[in-house]
Design a binder for this molecule. Structure first.
Ligand SMILES: *[C@@H]1O[C@H](CO)[C@@H](O)[C@H](O)[C@H]1NC(C)=O
Ligand SMILES: *[C@@H]1O[C@H](CO)[C@@H](O)[C@H](O)[C@H]1NC(C)=O
Ligand SMILES: *[C@@H]1O[C@H](CO)[C@@H](O)[C@H](O)[C@H]1NC(C)=O
Ligand SMILES: *[C@@H]1O[C@H](CO)[C@@H](O)[C@H](O)[C@H]1NC(C)=O
Ligand SMILES: *[C@@H]1O[C@H](CO)[C@@H](O)[C@H](O)[C@H]1NC(C)=O
Length: 941
């Protein structure tokens, strides 16, 4: 036979098909509901306006939808009317075309799909002079990062259809049109059909099949068979050659073998051709189609056979299959009656300009060969490396969230010359490309700062400056270990810089720019800085520094609802501490990484005046499971549930309080507690590291206090417990006093702890003291000096301010009273209520003893006299002032801090000078230290 007909005849057949398909598409109009239909099919009418209704193809009953939801580029055009024929399918009427010049890549993202599944992708083109230029373009098609084919539009009214079968590695298939400088790419329609992975075994993850021809031999009606005859919606093009072939057909169903690799529809197999001249072979040829990209394409030819005639017993249909003269099977082939057999070359054929398949009868054959259908593919390597999957997902999420236009289509980093604008990629031989830089400066981004940025694990550089980003900064960014620069300047971010990032900036591994975010930190403020005491020797800066903010102080502090009653339930810290201490003994040597640094303030003046505040991390339940190793180690139990020991990713130990179902703490209160604690940060307040609100799970994550509560150290039953030295006690007293002072003076409105006691002072591994249990924390307005009246007195007997008990008037002096009791416990090592001989308040006990003259009568004997008598006197004096009956006579916490600082200084100087010298103090002078007025003493009855 002459010429390579399958391809040559294709145009004619397509024209026929247009007429036939033309009936299609004129069917009913249907509202678009979904994008992937229930067969997993995607059928896009490219260039159909976004808001246009989808429609159902009347023959296939498949629904076409607009392509607008699958691509972010291109413009819609109508085909020139002169090319529109009445029977032409509607999907051909319009196109989407892609300007952007040579080198531009525009990609459809088809999905969501089942990842790793084989798919058939079909792209259809008919130019129809849509642009009025009368110049048919040539451009490339890519599937994913792999070159697929070159679309060569021969003329305006010839439809071109390209099909590929390939494994789609991810959960979407990217189909890209690439402008190669020979005209503007356009597309008319795009189909995607899933295939079971067992079909077309020669297509795998590294090899795709590009369709050349799929022919159905023998039908006389000229109808293209597709869905629903073919459940996979392949197009089976009718072929016949009346001069050479005669048609055979059957009405009987032709079956596929079990596990057939091709699943050819019965309707296709029910027709076949056989040579008119029974001694002639059946022959067909195709021309190789080399291109610049694929100079020597390899071809796979699949022949589908089935016997359609019940042959007499003495008859035999047997033939050889040869390709370019080479025998395919070593023997003759006899098709089975009404069963489909396929013959194909497993190894693609290369190296010829033309390929010639011949089916000729064996000598024993009594009837001529038969052929029902063929498929010819060229194989396509799909070995193009794609960007690391997690980066692809993260970039897709970022693109989706911010609706980034740019050229953000297809694979982010691959091929190299199509990498997304603003992206820096790292290309190594051994691993897939990863995103290392992301510049979205001045890109019109709005909304929150997506946590998807943290999905780019290799990110080194992130520039989000000059956008309109709002919300807070996610702490997850700090987990990007390679990240060295984040630029957030000129946005509308608020909240605080999360602790993780602060830590990174402090250890110098990260530069963070965040100037000109007017709301950053101002909205979440609760506490303001303490005025730095000029004569203070404590060089540690107060824990929170708010730099000059564009908002006035008034705006910042008075904008917060006054006397916001922060009724939050008591944390079961007492129990927690007991357990923690036991744990602590074995874990004292674990370096506390979050301490100090987590509460230390940090500020940076960069253009705008910036204040920095730590916010809390939000944990997912699964993170907590990981942190607590499946909630293994219970270290405490309380009304809200159990407290578990945990270890964070960075090695920081934490205490995780998980709210139990039976908890009497409501969800709102739980969250309110988290929010309140989130705003209070001081190195001497036990800090909340984060919280969890994940479905029904709620938890608070605290810093781990390895040495438990102060009361246990002072009067613990455990005799192995080392006794705190006077110097250690002074430091603990000072640190707790500073924590309280912060609540009273550093916060607006001021906060009253209401439950100051030695069991609520926790010690970390370095014996640094922090106030815990903010469950009874109350806010009051000190400016108008009104007192908070509470309906009932709360607190702990023995620490309770008698004035508060009597009048229900709560002031911060109530905390001062309680702290006085704490100081007395620290000096004496006695409990706040002495049991022997009968219950006596420690205040009364100390007053009585001191009235008799000797400080040694009250000092904890377990210190073996290793204390400076002066400072003990000074502290005792302060303690008694604190416990004065009249609140007005009590010092403020600021005064107390000053005294404690002085004493500690004396102690430190003393020990340094007299290192190792034991001073048996007794008596001691009382110069300058006020006398306590026994008349004002009061105890709790
Ligand atoms: C895909 O098939 C080709 C040809 O049979 C083979 O060389 C290649 O190794 C296969 N790839 C995979 C991943 O199996
Ligand atoms: C079979 O076909 C080949 C090539 O097409 C031809 O050379 C050969 O003679 C044929 N054999 C028979 C038995 O017809
Ligand atoms: C043809 O038939 C003869 C006799 O049955 C047998 O010996 C021979 O092998 C057959 N030839 C082929 C090619 O099958
Ligand atoms: C930022 O967003 C706000 C609120 O939507 C809007 O008023 C403002 O114009 C935006 N600014 C820029 C530069 O886009
Ligand atoms: C610290 O300064 C304040 C006033 O600035 C002063 O009243 C107080 O006596 C000073 N304290 C010490 C220990 O110098």
């Amino acid at each position: 036979m002459e010429g390579p007909w399958p391809r040559a005849m294709a145009a004619w057949w397509w024209w026929m098909s247009l007429l036939l398909l033309g009936i299609a598409g004129c069917g009913g109009v249907l509202q678009v509901h979904g994008q992937v239909d229930n067969l997993g099919f995607i059928s896009l009418d490219c260039g159909l306006p976004e808001n246009a209704a989808g429609y159902v193809d009347s023959t296939t009953k498949l629904r076409f939808t607009s392509d607008a939801g699958f691509i972010n580029a291109g413009t819609n055009h109508n085909m020139s009317s002169e090319y529109i024929t009445p029977l032409m399918g509607k999907s051909w009427h319009n196109v989407r075309s892609f300007g952007g010049g040579a080198g531009a890549r525009s990609c459809y993202t088809l999905g969501p799909l089942v990842a790793g599944l084989k798919h058939l992708v079909r792209a259809k083109f008919m130019y129809g002079n849509y642009d009025g230029l009368n110049k048919a373009p040539v451009f490339d098609l890519h599937v994913g990062v792999n070159y697929w084919t070159t679309v060569n539009i021969s003329n305006a009214n010839t439809p071109e259809i390209y099909e590929i079968i390939a494994v789609v590695p991810g959960d979407s298939a990217e189909v890209c049109l690439v402008n190669t400088g020979s005209g503007t790419p356009f597309i008319s329609a795009l189909d995607l059909r899933p295939l079971e992975n067992g079909l077309y075994p020669m297509s795998n993850s590294t090899q795709g099949l590009v369709l050349l021809t799929r022919s159905n031999f023998g039908p006389t009606d000229g109808v293209i068979l597709r869905y629903p005859d073919d459940p996979h919606d392949r197009f089976w093009i009718p072929q016949s050659k009346p001069t050479e072939w005669s048609e055979i057909s059957t009405a009987k169903r032709v079956h596929n073998m079990e596990g057939s690799s091709f699943d050819v529809p019965s309707a296709v197999m029910q027709t076949a051709v056989t040579p008119i001249n029974s001694s002639s072979p059946i022959q067909f040829t195709w021309d190789a189609e080399p291109s610049a990209n694929v100079p020597d394409p390899g071809y796979i030819c699949i022949l589908h056979f089935s016997e359609l005639q019940p042959l007499p017993v003495n008859a035999l249909r047997q033939f050889y299959v040869t390709l370019n003269g080479q025998l395919w099977l070593g023997k003759g082939l006899t098709p089975q009656y009404l069963y489909t057999n396929a013959v194909f070359n497993g190894i693609p054929s290369h190296g010829s300009h033309q390929y010639n398949v011949s089916l000729n009868a064996t000598t024993n054959s009594t009837v001529p060969p038969i052929l029902n259908a063929i498929e010819i593919f060229s194989v396509l390597p799909t070995t193009g490396i794609t960007t690391a999957t997690q980066d692809v997902s993260a970039m897709a999420a970022i693109r989706g969230m911010y609706k980034v236009k740019k050229n953000w289509m297809g694979d982010p980093c691959m091929p190299k010359n199509f990498a997304w604008k603003g992206l820096g990629c790292s290309y190594t031989v051994s691993s897939p490309p990863i995103v290392t830089g992301l510049n979205l400066s001045s890109s019109g981004l709005s909304g929150n700062l997506s946590s998807s940025f943290a999905g780019l694990k290799g990110l080194q550089y992130l520039d989000l400056s000059r956008n309109n980003l709002t919300g807070s900064i996610p702490d997850t960014l700090s987990q990007l270990s390679s990240l060295t620069l984040i630029d957030l300047t000129d946005n509308q971010l608020n909240g605080s810089i999360p602790p993780g990032l602060v830590k990174r900036t402090q250890d110098g591994s990260l530069t963070l720019r965040y100037g000109n975010n007017p709301n950053l930190c101002s909205s979440g403020n609760y506490c303001r800085p303490l005025e730095k005491q000029k004569n203070s020797t404590d060089t540690r800066s107060p824990s929170v520094i708010i730099m000059d903010s564009p908002l006035s102080q008034t705006d910042i502090y008075y904008g917060i609802p006054m006397v916001a009653v922060l009724v939050i339930l008591v944390l079961s810290v007492v129990i927690l501490c007991i357990k923690m201490r036991r744990q602590g003994r074995t874990s004292n040597n674990i370096k506390r990484q979050n301490e100090a640094s987590i509460t230390r303030s940090h500020s940076q003046n960069n253009k705008g005046h910036i204040s920095l505040r730590f916010d809390n991390r939000r944990f997912t339940y699964s993170e907590l499971v990981a942190i607590t190793n499946g909630f293994q180690q219970v270290i405490g139990r309380g009304g809200f549930g159990k407290v578990y020991q945990g270890l964070m990713e960075d090695g920081t130990q934490v205490a995780v309080k998980l709210r139990s179902e039976s908890s009497d703490q409501g969800e709102q209160e739980f969250l309110a507690e988290a929010q309140t604690l989130a705003k209070i940060h001081h190195k001497n307040l036990v800090s909340l590291i984060g919280y969890c609100k994940d479905r029904e799970y709620m938890a608070l994550v605290y810093e781990y206090m390895a040495q438990g509560a102060l009361d246990e150290h002072l009067n613990g039953k455990d005799n192995n417990q080392s006794i705190l030295t006077w110097r250690q006690r002074l430091r603990i007293a000072l640190e707790s006093a500073q924590g309280l002072e912060y609540l009273h003076k550093g916060c607006n409105p001021p906060l009253i702890h209401r439950d100051v006691k030695t069991s609520n002072i926790l010690l970390n591994a370095n014996l640094e003291a922090k106030i815990a249990d903010f469950g009874l924390l109350k806010a009051f307005n000190s400016n108008s000096d009104t007192h908070v009246s509470s309906a009932r007195v709360v607190g702990t007997l023995g620490y309770l301010d008698p004035e508060y008990q009597a009048t229900f008037q709560l002031t911060n002096k109530s905390d001062v009273f309680s702290f006085g009791v704490v100081l007395l416990e620290i000096i004496t090592g006695q409990r706040h209520i002495l049991k022997d001989p009968e219950p006596t308040s420690i205040v009364q006990w100390v007053r009585q003893r001191l009235a008799c003259g000797s400080i040694e009568g009250v000092v904890d004997t377990r210190m073996h006299g290793d204390h400076n008598v002066n400072s003990v006197w000074k502290i005792a004096d302060t303690a008694l002032k604190c416990t004065a009956h009249n609140p007005m006579q009590r010092p403020t916490m600021t005064d107390v801090v000053a005294v404690l600082q002085d004493c500690l200084e004396i102690e430190v100087a003393h020990n340094d000078v007299n290192a190792g010298i034991y001073l048996a103090g007794s008596g001691g002078d009382m110069n300058g230290y006020g006398r306590y007025d026994i008349d004002t003493s009061s105890g709790v009855s």
